[in-house]
Design a protein. Structure first.
Length: 306
């Protein structure tokens, strides 16, 4: 895989990048189709009409979109395929505003100034949600039969002490088993967060759900609990780890290692990737913020001991 990645990076920097971008999109769609056939043959089914209706009544899907309009439209249609009539909120800061023509159940699209940032968009989308639960996704993802939102909703309703359930990202071009991908998150015990976790990292809740200090940025969660944390508007791109740093000790997050959301990140899309890779300001801001918060916490602790 290392050699393949190195070769892909060379192509991305070459004149062949536009052709590779188109080829990868075709490959990703073909892979998605093949995986769906595989899952169907193995007996994995999408939610029933009744289950889909129950989920749609309680869950709003939200995602941020930027310069990937085809994928944003594909995700919207994908959500409606699995959960007809589900509410969808999209925050978009593309140069040309996103438009999705849907006669029935059109999405709520929040148009933002160009390149406003991921965190601002997520906060604006969050403010529009009126349902008890939200499903946070990215515009380069698609639901699969293994991303059963209804089942995870039932889990949350049966476990009032759990606030958030993460889904495993199955990235196009790779054939890594979802359980192995989930294990990559074993390292995120969040011991350096501002507060200790409410429930210890890697605690088993049941046979399918395990507590993680940080889960992928695809999750089903209680809307009001996410509102308590929110996203920092000053962070344009790398919001993910910082969100769970602040969530530690406030939210209890778990992941089901048997779930899968298909992730289509096209590394040959140089126009998009130049914005995605522009996070140096975020990095220094987050570092400074963490130092300042920990100093304040230490100072408060010292004053309490006096």
């Amino acid at each position: 895989m290392g050699k393949a990645m190195a070769a892909a990076k060379k192509i991305a920097k070459s004149p062949f990048a536009p052709l590779a971008r188109v080829a990868f999109d075709v490959f990703a769609r073909a892979q998605f189709l093949c995986l769906n056939i595989k899952w169907k043959l193995s007996g994995i089914k999408k939610p029933t009409a009744e289950q889909a209706q129950q989920a749609a009544q309680k869950v709003t899907f939200m995602f941020k979109s930027f310069e990937r309009q085809k994928q944003a439209k594909m995700l919207y249609k994908n959500i409606q395929k699995y959960y007809p009539n589900a509410r969808v909120v999209i925050a978009d800061d593309s140069k040309i505003p996103l438009k999705i023509n849907a006669k029935k159940n059109p999405p709520t699209i929040i148009h933002m100034p160009f390149n406003s940032g991921l965190s601002k968009g997520l906060n604006l989308a969050l403010a529009e949600i009126q349902t008890e639960y939200l499903m946070r996704m990215d515009d380069d993802e698609l639901l699969t039969p293994l991303s059963n939102v209804y089942e995870e909703l039932c889990f949350l309703e049966a476990h009032s002490d759990i606030d958030l359930v993460g889904f495993v990202p199955l990235t196009a071009g790779k054939c890594t088993p979802v359980q192995k991908i989930a294990k990559n998150y074993n390292q995120f015990d969040m011991k350096n967060a501002y507060k200790p976790l409410k429930v210890p990292h890697l605690t088993k809740i049941d046979e399918n759900h395990i507590v993680y200090g940080k889960v992928p940025n695809i999750f089903l969660a209680r809307t009001e609990k996410v509102r308590e944390i929110g996203w920092d508007d000053n962070i344009r791109m790398i919001d993910h780890h910082e969100f769970f740093t602040r969530a530690a000790g406030n939210l209890v997050s778990v992941m089901n290692p048997n779930t899968a959301v298909f992730h289509i990140h096209n590394m040959f899309d140089n126009y998009y990737n130049k914005f995605r890779s522009d996070f140096s300001d975020d990095y220094y801001y987050i570092q400074g913020k963490m130092i300042a918060v920990k100093k304040a916490m230490k100072s408060n602790k010292n004053q309490q001991h006096k």
